[in-house]
Design a binder for this molecule. Structure first.
Ligand code: PLP
Length: 422
């Protein structure tokens, strides 16, 4: 395999190609092929960007048809028929059945772009600078979003410029099961000497993806919503990784019956792996003046087309979400088995956690997790880690993965753990 040009020319900042140093050529649903013809099952799926699989044929057809008809590809933020169709579909298929009412801001196409826009909006709307964020949260790496991201590896890479405007509080479970960390938040808000600047907003992931598949309890999320309402603080749910069906509902906050003031979406939003993001906001929060938060790539027409096709294909009824929950239980069971084996046979304190098809096995250390995922790659499975030391082996497989591939991938993972640790 020819990798010299790639190694020589691409910046050292590259990451995933270090764990999977092969050259990929093709992909279909949950399978990737490298240029030697070797196939791999994909349990990473573009870090949660390919919830509907690689090259999903139904979504691809919409894209091909659109291109063939000379549809507008780039249109700044012009009104286009593709944008109108996407917004109408979003309203009909997603908002109305859930009783939601949001306006939509298309910022730049990445997750971090959406987070920047969301926290800026909260500040503009409330006239306060502070944003509360949580330990182990990951919200992106541009300066505003980075201020709300916990991991030191990212925070230290600013060339010495301090990150500003965010206060960290303990996420659910951070202080152990016996402590409800929201007691601390509530106490600080009620204490004029507590040192917490009353925030404009709170940004939260309902399941922390990069932070190690930490799952917020549904009661905790509901209580967080209540605290925000009581103190006139905006609740921002960052659904960039946990959204688009990953946890078994279109929005991850649906499980907790919470209605955020602001929502960020990206990753799987386009349905096809195209760069696409939006911020949803309660209509009265739309405080932007025309052009005040502007840019060149604001809504990508190819992504409008594929995103609308994905919504129509998978979200017109509850068949898909029930299937995700079913597959989630298959992964949960096997992960529990692997965690039990690690604990009982290898003496490695290990546990399984997650919601829907966003699941992980905490194997206690990044070294052990790397051994398992490295062996899995040798055996034909692409799977990554997360958590502060990369100690959680994480499943982000396409939600559309066929059962045969799912079982094969779990067999590979289990065998790889045994091989790596015996
Ligand atoms: N927010 C969450 C919850 C994420 O998981 C990520 C990326 O993993 C981001 C924001 C940043 O998205 P992007 O990598 O597209 O900038």
């Amino acid at each position: 395999m020819q990798t010299q040009t790639l190694e020589r020319m691409e910046s050292d900042v590259r990451t995933y190609s270090r764990s999977f140093p092969v050259v990929f050529t093709k992909a279909q649903n949950a399978r990737l092929t490298d240029e030697t013809g070797r196939e791999y099952i994909d349990f990473l799926a573009g870090a949660g960007t390919l919830n509907y699989g690689h090259n999903n044929p139904k979504i691809k057809q919409a894209l091909v048809d659109y291109l063939a008809s000379d549809g507008i590809v780039h249109g700044l933020d012009f009104w286009t028929a593709a944008k109108r169709d996407y917004l109408e579909t979003l309203e009909e298929v997603i908002f109305k059945p859930r009783g939601l009412d949001y306006k939509v801001h298309f910022p730049g196409p990445t997750g971090t772009n959406a987070v920047e826009a969301a926290i800026r909006l909260a500040r503009v709307a409330k006239g306060r600078h502070n944003i509360v964020t949580f330990t182990n949260g990951f919200h992106g790496v541009t300066m505003g979003a980075l201020a709300t991201t916990g991991n030191r590896k990212f925070r230290e890479a600013t060339g010495g410029i301090p990150t500003q405007g965010a206060s960290f509080l303990p996420y659910d479970g951070y202080m152990g099961e016996a402590t409800d960390t929201l007691d601390y938040f509530e106490k600080l808000l009620g204490d004029k000497s507590g040192g917490l600047d009353v925030p404009a907003g709170v940004i939260v992931e309902t399941v922390q993806g990069e932070g190690g598949i930490n799952v917020a309890g549904l009661d905790w999320l509901k209580r967080l919503e209540g605290i925000c309402r009581a103190h006139d603080i905006l609740l921002i749910v960052d659904d960039i990784q946990a959204g688009c069906g990953r946890t078994g509902k279109f929005f991850s906050f649906e499980h907790a019956d919470v209605v955020p003031d602001i929502v960020t979406n990206s990753k799987s939003l386009s349905g096809f792996g195209l760069p696409f993001a939006h911020v949803l906001m309660r209509p009265e929060l739309d405080k932007w003046k025309p052009g005040q938060y502007n840019g060149t790539f604001r809504g990508f027409n190819l992504a409008f087309t594929t995103a609308a096709a994905a919504l129509r294909q998978y979200w017109s009824d509850d068949t898909f979400e029930r299937d995700v929950q079913r597959k989630g239980r298959i992964v949960e069971e096997r992960f529990q088995k692997i965690a039990a084996w690690l604990t009982e046979e290898c003496g490695i304190e290990s546990s399984e956690r997650g919601r829907g098809l966003m699941r992980g096995i905490d194997v206690g250390s990044g070294d052990i997790a790397d051994k398992i995922t490295g062996q899995a790659f040798e055996n034909g499975l692409i799977i990554e880690t997360s958590g502060q030391d990369g100690e959680v082996v994480k499943c982000l497989c396409p939600l559309t993965i066929p059962d045969e591939d799912l079982i094969e991938a779990l067999d590979i993972l289990e065998a790889s753990a045994r091989q790596a640790l015996s």
